[in-house]
Design a protein around this ligand. Structure first.
Ligand code: AHR
Length: 514
C-alpha cells in the first residue's frame, strides 16, 4: 500500500489545516504553452482632470517641480519601475473630441480646446503628439494612440498615422520634420474610436462596424495592415451583442484587437466614497471586479466562434474601480483616493487576465495619475504611489512569462446571501526559470490557509512579498506616502513540492520559487 497520501493527510491535520475546509491551488503539469503578454500590464492617461496637466506634464517653464521637457521626473521614475509596456492616450471620451493637429507646432500658437466631457475646462493643447510620444520613449513604453472617430474625419486619422509613422517624404512627415522630429515613432497600437456605443458617438454595433471598416482601410496602405495593430472600440461590460456583431461584420484582415470596458462600480448613481465605504459596499465592489472573470469568458466564447485560432486579441483597455470624487474636488475630474480595496481589485483582475492570457492580450488600467484607480497621486511637487501601484510592481514578474494553468478551489466570501471566491491566483514561469504565484485574499476579516500543489517541476526555495495593511480602508497620504508598501512574506512553507501559505485578510502575495 502507498502510504504517502495518508502521511500527507495526517500532517495536514496535525498542522491544523484540513484540505477540504481550506483553499487548494493546483498547478497543472506540462501545460505551460501560453505566454502572458506583457501588454496586459498597460496603462491609460487621458486629458481628464489632473492626469495629464499637473499629474504628468507641468510645462517646460515650471520652476518648482523637477521635469524633463515639462514631464515630471518623479512620475517618470515611478512608472519606469513598473516596466509599463504600453500607454493609451489621449482618451477615453476625450479622444473622440481631440484634433491632433491642434497639438503640434509652436506651443504659443496652438489653439485651445474645451474639454466637454471632463469638467468643461479649457486647455491650451500644450501637451500634444510630440510631447506624448517623446515621453513614451523616455519611459521605454509603447504608445497606444486612440483615434478620433466620433467627431473626426477619416482623412484626419489617416494623416495622424502618416505624421507619426511615415519615414519617407510626404506632406505629413514633412510637417513632422518641420516640428523638429526627423525619424518616425512607428506607433503600432491604434484605437479606432472609443466607446462608440456611448461618448464616442452613440452608435449601434452595425453602424460602428461599417464606420470601423472605412477608418481602418484608410489608416493603412495596400497591405491593409502596414504593421498596425488596429483595435476596434469594444463592448460596454456585458453587451455581448456588440462583440458578436463586430466579430461577424469586421473582416479579420482589418482588425487585431477588440476592446472591452468594465469598471468595478457599485451603482453608477451612488458610487460611494473611495475611502469610507461600508462592508456592503466593499463586497459589492469585489463582486463587480470578479464579474470580469465572467465577462472575459463570455466575450472570449463569442470571439472563439469567429476566430478559433485566437488571432484577434481581447483588449480590456479600461478597467479599475470607480467611486465618488474626493470631497471638495471637481466632480468632472474623477480624483479618488486608493485603499487596500483597490489593491484587491488590481490583484484579482490581473489574476483573471493572466489566466485568460490566450485571448486577453492587452489591458489598460484607468488611469495612470490622479484619475480613478490611479497608480500615482500628485499634489504640487509631492507625489505618492498607491496600493494599486505596489500590486502592479509585484506582478510585473508575470510580464511575458509562460502561464502555468491552475485550478483554484476557494472558500467563499459571502455577504447577504451572495458569494464570490475569497482566493484568486495565477502562476507563471519567467525566462530565467523562476516560477511566480500571485495570490489574493479579498476576505476583509478572515485569513486563508492555502495549499498549493506544484506540478511535475521540482522547486526547493520559496520567497515572496506581501501587500497588506492594518485596516482595509488604509491608504497612502501625502503626509504618510509609504504607509502601505510591500513587505517580505513570511507566511509560506515549501515541503515535498507542496506549499502551504497563510494569507492575511485583504492581502496580495507574490511567491517566487526556484
Ligand atoms: O476613464 C474614464 C472614462 O470612462 C473614459 O474617458 C471613457 O472611455 C469611460 O467611460
Amino acid at each position: 500500500m502507498n502510504k504517502k497520501p495518508l502521511i500527507a493527510l495526517l500532517s495536514l491535520l496535525i498542522s491544523g489545516t484540513t484540505l477540504w475546509a481550506q483553499n487548494l491551488v493546483k498547478l497543472l503539469p506540462g501545460k505551460d504553452t501560453v505566454t502572458i503578454n506583457k501588454h496586459i500590464y498597460g496603462h491609460f492617461a487621458e486629458h481628464l482632470g489632473r492626469c495629464i496637466y499637473d499629474g504628468i506634464y507641468v510645462g517646460e517653464d515650471n520652476k518648482t517641480v523637477p521635469h524633463t521637457n515639462g514631464v515630471r521626473n518623479d512620475v517618470i521614475e515611478a512608472l519606469k519601475k513598473l516596466n509599463i509596456p504600453n500607454l493609451r492616450w489621449p482618451g477615453g471620451c476625450f479622444a473622440d473630441t481631440y484634433h491632433w493637429k491642434d497639438g503640434i507646432g509652436p506651443k504659443g500658437k496652438r489653439p485651445s480646446i474645451v474639454n466637454t466631457w471632463w469638467g468643461g475646462v479649457t486647455e491650451n493643447n500644450s501637451f500634444g503628439t510630440h510631447d506624448f510620444l517623446n515621453m513614451c520613449e523616455l519611459l521605454g513604453t509603447e504608445p497606444y494612440l486612440a483615434g478620433n472617430v466620433g467627431s473626426g474625419e477619416v482623412q484626419e486619422l489617416a494623416d495622424w498615422v502618416q505624421y507619426v509613422n511615415f519615414d519617407g517624404k510626404s506632406p505629413m512627415s514633412d510637417l513632422r520634420r518641420e516640428n523638429g522630429r526627423d525619424k518616425p515613432w512607428k506607433v503600432r497600437f491604434w484605437g479606432v474610436g472609443n466607446e462608440a456605443w456611448g461618448c464616442g458617438g452613440n452608435m449601434t454595433p452595425e453602424y460602428y462596424a461599417d464606420v470601423y471598416r472605412k477608418y481602418a482601410t484608410f489608416m493603412s496602405d495596400w497591405t491593409n495592415n502596414g504593421g498596425l495593430f488596429r483595435i476596434a472600440s469594444g463592448a460596454n461590460s456585458d453587451n455581448y451583442e456588440w462583440t458578436e456583431t463586430l466579430m461577424k461584420k469586421i473582416p479579420k484582415s482589418l482588425v487585431k484587437g477588440l476592446a472591452l470596458h468594465h469598471y468595478a462600480v457599485i451603482d453608477w448613481q451612488k458610487k460611494g466614497s473611495a475611502t469610507m465605504y461600508t462592508d456592503e459596499q466593499y463586497f459589492k465592489t469585489m463582486k463587480s471586479a470578479w464579474f470580469m472573470n465572467e465577462l472575459v469568458e463570455k466575450h472570449s466564447a463569442i470571439m472563439d466562434k469567429y476566430d478559433p485560432k485566437k488571432e484577434i486579441a481581447l483588449v480590456v483597455d479600461e478597467w479599475g474601480g470607480w467611486y465618488e470624487v474626493e470631497p471638495g474636488t471637481n466632480p468632472g475630474f474623477l480624483y479618488q483616493q486608493n485603499t487596500m480595496r483597490d489593491a484587491m481589485i488590481a490583484g484579482m483582475t490581473l489574476n483573471i487576465f493572466n489566466n485568460h492570457a490566450e485571448r486577453v492580450q492587452m489591458a489598460n488600467l484607468a488611469q495612470t495619475v490622479n484619475v480613478l484607480q490611479a497608480v500615482i497621486l500628485t499634489e504640487g511637487d509631492k507625489m505618492l504611489v498607491t496600493p494599486t501601484y505596489h500590486v502592479l510592481e509585484m506582478y510585473k514578474v508575470h510580464q511575458d512569462a509562460k502561464l502555468v494553468p491552475i485550478e483554484v478551489n476557494s472558500q467563499n466570501l459571502s455577504f447577504n446571501g451572495e458569494s464570490i471566491p475569497a482566493v484568486s491566483a495565477s502562476a507563471s514561469i519567467a525566462k530565467d526559470g523562476n516560477a511566480h504565484i500571485s495570490l489574493v485574499n479579498i476576505d476583509p476579516k478572515k485569513q486563508q490557509e492555502v495549499t498549493i500543489e506544484l506540478s511535475d517541476k521540482e522547486y526547493k526555495n520559496l520567497s515572496g512579498r506581501l501587500l497588506t495593511s492594518k485596516k482595509l480602508r488604509d491608504f497612502n497620504s501625502f503626509e504618510k506616502p509609504d504607509y502601505i508598501k510591500p513587505e517580505v512574506f513570511k507566511g509560506g512553507n515549501i515541503k515535498n513540492n507542496q506549499i502551504s501559505v497563510t494569507l492575511p485578510p485583504f492581502s496580495v502575495a507574490v511567491l517566487e520559487l526556484n
